[in-house]
Unconditional design. Structure first.
Length: 54
């Protein structure tokens, strides 16, 4: 797997997590712990993307 394709996959996962967070925030009976975990995963992906893009 090339770095470019790996970055593409990481970006896809980041976008998927973004939509999951938005969906969770809109739903009634929101689980704040689940949202916090999704946001942590997003942040880890963003940091890895930034590291690889250098």
């Amino acid at each position: 797997m090339t770095i470019a394709s790996h970055l593409q996959e990481l970006n896809r996962k980041h976008e998927h997590l973004s939509s999951m967070v938005e969906k969770e925030q809109r739903s009634p009976g929101t689980d704040t712990l689940k949202i916090a975990e999704l946001k942590k995963q997003k942040l880890r992906l963003k940091e890895e993307i930034a590291r690889l893009a250098q």
